[in-house]
Ligand binder design. Structure first.
Ligand SMILES: [Zn+2]
Length: 281
């Protein structure tokens, strides 16, 4: 990006944040090559770090959870970072691209070192509250483990993140359980790719409409620069064609984004994060 374009984009992001009141007490936004950091002495931040595929770290008040670590080079063409640190790991389901390959008998670097959770229920890591809701893996996949898929609802103060894993269309019961006790969903981590591998186009629209998140972070799409071949992984599409023509999209030049826990609700925006630099081919 040229200097002038970068400046225009920076101003655009700045205006967007002010207009949508994401960051009411902003003091400093750093260069977009680095994480968007908002420095404030008063409020703790919710920090989201994208690893790749469906894997994210979420940090709040000194604690970090890791969601859906994938296995090295199974189906996906790239490795999971070796030096991963977290206080707990939450996995949506036992597929290799979400559980580090445990179900297949692999030994990921974090095995027996970091507590690992996969079942529905309530969990507390510091001041991060995690609720697991029983969902169902999209058809026709996951029959080898009963199509189990746990949807994670992560609450920090009044800020809520939902990670859908590879869930299929949501049931009324799912919607009810998901929304119980929360004002709105600030960030939805949702599987989107141009081939609609997990949620079909109509199902995706339905989910976005009913959950009505402020920010949707797409996940579970092919990352061409990390893949060994242009036609792999099979059946998984890139994210770019899906975003084409949409105006409510922020493509960040960073894999980390920070939010204040008090975020005003606005109309849906897609936020596409870069994969972590530690992910290698
Ligand atoms: Zn998957």
């Amino acid at each position: 990006m040229h200097m002038r374009d970068r400046l225009i984009y920076s101003i655009g992001v700045l205006l967007l944040m002010i207009c949508t009141s994401w960051i009411p007490s902003m003091q400093e936004i750093q260069n977009l090559d680095k994480p968007i950091v908002v420095k404030t002495a008063l409020e703790p931040l919710v920090e989201i770090t994208y690893i790749a595929h469906a894997s994210f770290k979420v940090s709040y008040k000194g604690k970090t959870i890791l969601i859906d670590p994938y296995a090295d080079k199974i189906w996906l063409g790239y490795n999971f970072p070796k030096e991963i640190q977290a206080d707990a790991i939450f996995s949506t389901h036992p597929h290799y691209d979400h559980d580090g390959g445990l179900f297949l008998g692999k030994t990921p670097s974090w095995k027996d070192k970091i507590p690992f959770y996969t079942d529905p229920g309530s969990y507390q890591i510091g001041e991060i509250t995690i609720k697991g809701i029983q969902g169902k893996h999209c058809d026709p996949y996951g029959k080898e483990f009963g199509q189990k898929n746990t949807i994670w609802v992560i609450t920090m103060g009044s800020f809520t993140i939902v990670h859908l894993g590879d869930n299929g269309p949501l049931t009324n019961e799912n919607y009810k359980a998901l929304k119980e006790g929360i004002a709105n969903i600030d960030v939805l981590m949702v599987p989107i790719d141009s081939q609609y591998h997990i949620l079909k186009a109509k199902e995706l629209q339905e989910v976005l409409k009913n959950l009505n998140p402020t920010v949707a972070i797409p996940m579970h799409y092919r990352i061409p620069e990390l893949e060994g071949a242009s036609d792999k992984p099979k059946d998984l599409g890139d994210i770019t064609p899906y975003l084409k023509g949409k105006t409510n999209v922020d493509v960040l030049d960073s894999n980390t984004v920070s939010f204040l826990p008090e975020m005003a609700q606005s109309t849906l925006r897609y936020m596409v994060l870069k994969h972590a630099a530690e992910v290698t081919k």
